[in-house]
Design a protein around this ligand. Structure first.
Ligand SMILES: NC(=O)c1ccc[n+]([C@@H]2O[C@H](COP(=O)([O-])OP(=O)(O)OC[C@H]3O[C@@H](n4cnc5c(N)ncnc54)[C@H](O)[C@@H]3O)[C@@H](O)[C@H]2O)c1
Ligand SMILES: CC(C)[C@H](C(=O)O)[C@@H](O)C(=O)O
Ligand SMILES: [Mg+2]
Length: 356
């Protein structure tokens, strides 16, 4: 099959991890006789430096005219003082919105061989950790009206969180449908003891739960969820939540697997075109050092093959290659434990390619 992939390397470690994912995609294309063409575009801080804006029109157009988008990461301290309207992160939010990517799947699974890298107690890890956060991606406080104004010589800032029934229902449906392919349990996370948006969220989720009697359902408040993720993560199968809660909880869930560098994500809307990116950021503290973990990005590429291109076997082959490399004891610095073999970012990419 021929597929056109728009690639955004972005900032910080973005270029390093994307290079490894492209190596892996090329190896998969060779093995299965596909042809992937890559359209490299600028977005984020690097685009501000070149064009004075984080998302040039041509870059957005390239995201809307391709079979899927692969993204490294954007942002970093260099651009912290720029006009908020053109911040690197704005580019990412605009691409998500314009592509209509309302559901963001963020799996957090402890690989058996990486149990020692998890900061949780071994007896908790032994119960098995394999959960999937379904994060609403183009609504809530990220996209509500915002302003900063001066009142009586004091600045006041406002960010509005809003959700409609339709926005909640479409992501809820993704969660229930996905649970049917997994362990048939959905935990819906909200703050219904305080927020109106959460009370509406809960109402819509309850309505959906009745449509899916084969899926067991639990409501959980977000503060308790943050605690339960550390105390008893094996209780979770699919966790569905609004945009900002999902952002925060997915970083927390990633850490119980050992490192944020391991976690991929897919963002989808209606139709098969999606955006695929690791959940971490541009990691300015380790950028340019060739020590970042490329596995989250490589597994994001694997998700692209499965969810957007219907290439199940190819996607599985990449996952198997990652598992094989980990099983043989190879580790990047973030997941290194005593007695294992430490690899750079590029050497990890090469090793995974060699297993394909
Ligand atoms: N999707 C994205 O593009 C995205 C996501 C999150 C944050 N950001 C942006 O990235 C910048 C830095 O954010 P931050 O420092 O809060 O979060 P971060 O995720 O970039 O880094 C947090 C910590 O995790 C480590 N880390 C992250 N990815 C890693 C990897 N692949 N291998 C090894 N270690 C890794 C970093 O070294 C750092 O110590 C900010 O500008 C932020 O807005 C972008
Ligand atoms: C960079 C930022 C806008 C982004 C988000 O909050 O969605 C990031 O944290 C993520 O998790 O993808
Ligand atoms: Mg985040």
């Amino acid at each position: 099959m021929n597929k056109r992939i728009t690639v955004i390397k972005g900032d910080g470690i973005g270029p390093e991890i994307i290079d490894e994912a492209i190596k892996v995609l090329d190896a998969a294309a060779d093995k299965y006789h596909h042809h992937f063409t890559y359209n490299y575009i600028d977005a984020g801080g690097c685009a501000i430096d070149k064009f004075g804006t984080s998302l040039p029109d041509a870059s957005l157009a390239a995201c809307l005219d391709c079979d899927s988008v692969l993204l490294g990461a954007v942002g970093g301290p260099k651009w912290d003082q720029v006009d908020p309207a053109i911040r690197p992160e704005k580019a990412l939010l605009k691409i998500r919105k314009e592509m209509g990517l309302f559901s963001n799947l963020r799996p957090a699974k402890v690989f058996d061989v990486l149990a020692a890298a998890s900061p949780l107690k071994p007896e908790i890890v032994a119960q098995g950790i394999d959960l999937l956060i379904v994060r609403e991606l183009i609504g809530g406080v990220y996209f509500g009206e915002r302003e900063t104004k001066e009142i009586n010589n004091e600045l006041k800032a406002t960010d509005i969180m809003s959700y409609s029934e339709h926005e909640i229902e479409r992501v809820g449906r993704v969660a229930f449908e996905t649970a049917r392919k997994r362990r048939h349990h959905v935990t819906s996370v909200d703050k219904a003891n305080v927020l109106d948006t959460s009370r509406l969220w809960r109402k819509v989720m309850h309505r959906l739960a009745e449509e899916y009697p084969d899926v067991t359902y639990t409501d959980m408040l977000v503060d308790n969820t943050a605690m339960q993720l550390v105390k008893n993560p094996s209780q979770f199968d699919v966790v569905v939540t609004e945009n900002m809660f999902g952002d925060i909880l997915s970083d927390e869930a990633s850490m119980i697997t050992g490192s944020i560098g391991l976690i991929p994500s897919s963002s989808l809307g209606v139709g098969s075109r999606g955006m695929y990116e690791p959940i971490h950021g541009s990691a300015p503290d380790i950028a340019g050092m060739n020590i970042a973990n490329p596995i989250g990005t490589i597994l994001s590429a694997a998700m692209m093959l499965k969810y957007s291109f219907e290439m199940e076997a190819e996607s599985q082959a990449i996952e198997d290659a990652v598992n094989a490399v980990l099983n043989e004891g190879y580790r990047t610095a973030d997941i290194y434990t005593e007695g294992k073999i430490k690899l750079t970012c590029s050497a990890m990419g090469d090793k995974i390619v060699s297993k394909l």
